[in-house]
Write a protein that binds this ligand. Structure first.
Ligand code: FAD
Length: 409
């Protein structure tokens, strides 16, 4: 029974939690409910998934993995975790182009919130969706496909358009990846170059010393491998966790050990707790060309940040044309923060909001930020179109919760 989110900082206010076993059961539930909200694996840090009505998980629907090699796609059950999808896909010689830092999250939950990994050429995960099947407020099941007018607002949709039952994702031929951790990137201005040095790159800092303590490089087989001494760094002499003092066996293999895409692109292994488990998270997105300006703005508040910070991660994301993507219309740099699970974090989040807001920051839909709804709306050029779409598909506000009301009303 789902009663709170993974981090434990949000206790859901739902009057009931449902686990339908069939699409028909789900349709009946949605059609008969005044207020309903889907929940995935509960890995969000704010009240995005909450409702005072009925909370519904689609994890109990019959599992679906339908691979269409000819069309280059796979249709999966929306409640499935990425970790359950990747094995059959890899066995078929296929891959997802990218993954987030953990395979524990549901496909629909990740797609709904603009979840992303890293890589100059890699888009957010929802931008690889080519169709969704969704139960709308009237209980009808419809399919929305790429190319249709509403599609760009229908995947990254914050749960506002209905309960997604299946997602069709683009796939590519399977590929191998080797991962290295380099230490001691002391020059903040070198981060931009570092992010472009491999297929997927993450730079980690505690904002307590000079520059970045670790840079994680995920290099596709066949791509050039950064040399030891690259950008003044040193290759780590053993496996690393990005958070000080945490066991690195929770992390995917490093030191250049060859492996398949799905065992290197996430930072964390499915069989272990991702990150530290005792934490809160925030993330802000800036235009990629403002990476340096963003780092300097954060450097200016480092003494506020450092005392409650477990680690800060910088990643890059390719632009896409979906309406609510964190990278909508612009190549993007992402500044992620894993905080201590403490009340002292709230004013620090406000300080980072204030530091990055003048640079055009967009907050992560599923993490902590107190940016005013009016500012948030203005940050997404197509927000008005999306709000119109929500109004058209859900005029009675069946999927509305307090989070959406603050954003839309
Ligand atoms: C340790 C950790 C690491 C993380 N790493 C990353 C990362 O690398 N990159 C990143 O961008 N984010 C990251 N996140 C955030 C995470 O990806 C998002 O919170 C994501 O939404 C989690 O998916 P979920 O299934 O848990 O969704 P939930 O938190 O359960 O739900 C999130 C939203 O999705 C909607 N939703 C869920 N299922 C459905 C459905 N079937 N139909 C319609 N709407 C639905 C909900 O209504 C809600 O609005 C991380 C979180 C944690 C805890």
């Amino acid at each position: 029974m789902v009663t709170s989110n993974w981090a434990g900082n949000v206790r859901y206010s739902a009057r009931a939690v449902h686990h339908p076993r069939s699409i028909a059961e789900l349709q009946e539930l949605v059609a008969g409910s005044e207020r309903v909200r889907a929940v995935g694996t509960g890995h969000s840090f704010n009240r995005i998934a909450d409702t005072e009505g009925d909370l519904v998980s689609v994890a109990g629907l019959p599992a679906r993995i339908e691979i269409d090699e000819a069309q280059g796609c796979v249709t999966v059950g929306a409640g499935m975790r990425f970790g359950e999808v990747v094995g059959p896909l890899d066995a078929a010689g296929l891959a997802l182009a990218n993954m987030g830092s953990l395979p524990h999250i549901s496909v629909a939950g990740a797609c709904s919130t603009g979840t992303h990994g890293s890589g100059d050429a890699n888009r957010v995960l929802g931008a690889y969706a080519r169709a969704i099947e969704v139960v709308g407020a009237d209980g009808a099941l419809r399919t929305v496909r790429r190319g249709e007018p509403d599609f760009p607002g229908s995947v990254i949709a914050l749960g506002a358009l209905g309960v997604v039952t299946a997602v069709t994702l683009d796939v590519v031929p399977a590929f191998g990846v080797r991962q290295w951790v380099h230490e001691g990137l002391t020059d903040l201005d070198a981060v931009d170059a570092a992010l472009s040095a491999a297929y997927s790159v993450s730079a980690f800092t505690h904002w307590a010393g000079a520059g970045f303590e670790q840079v994680w490089l995920k290099v596709r087989d066949g791509d050039p491998v950064p040399e030891p001494g690259w950008l003044g760094t040193t290759p780590a002499d053993g496996p690393r966790h990005m958070v000080r003092g945490v066991d690195p066996r929770h992390c995917t293999p490093q030191r250049g050990e060859p492996g398949p895409w799905h065992a290197r692109l996430p930072h964390f292994r499915l069989e272990f707790t991702p990150s530290t488990g005792d934490e809160l998270q925030s993330e802000w997105f800036l235009p990629r060309e403002l990476a340096g300006a963003g780092l300097r703005a954060l450097d200016a508040v480092r003494e506020t940040i450092a005392p409650v910070l477990q680690v800060c991660e910088v990643r890059s994301i390719a632009a896409d044309d979906t309406w609510l993507s964190p990278a909508a219309g612009r190549d993007t740099v992402a500044f992620h923060f894993t905080w201590d699970d403490s009340p002292a974090v709230e004013p620090v989040v406000a300080a980072v909001d204030a530091a990055l807001e003048p640079l055009g920051a967009r907050p992560h839909w599923a993490k902590l930020s107190a940016l005013a709804p009016a500012v948030v709306r203005e940050r997404w050029p197509e927000f008005g179109r999306w709000a119109e779409l929500v109004g058209r598909h859900d005029p009675a506000g069946t999927f509305r919760n307090a989070y959406l009301a603050a954003l839309l009303d």
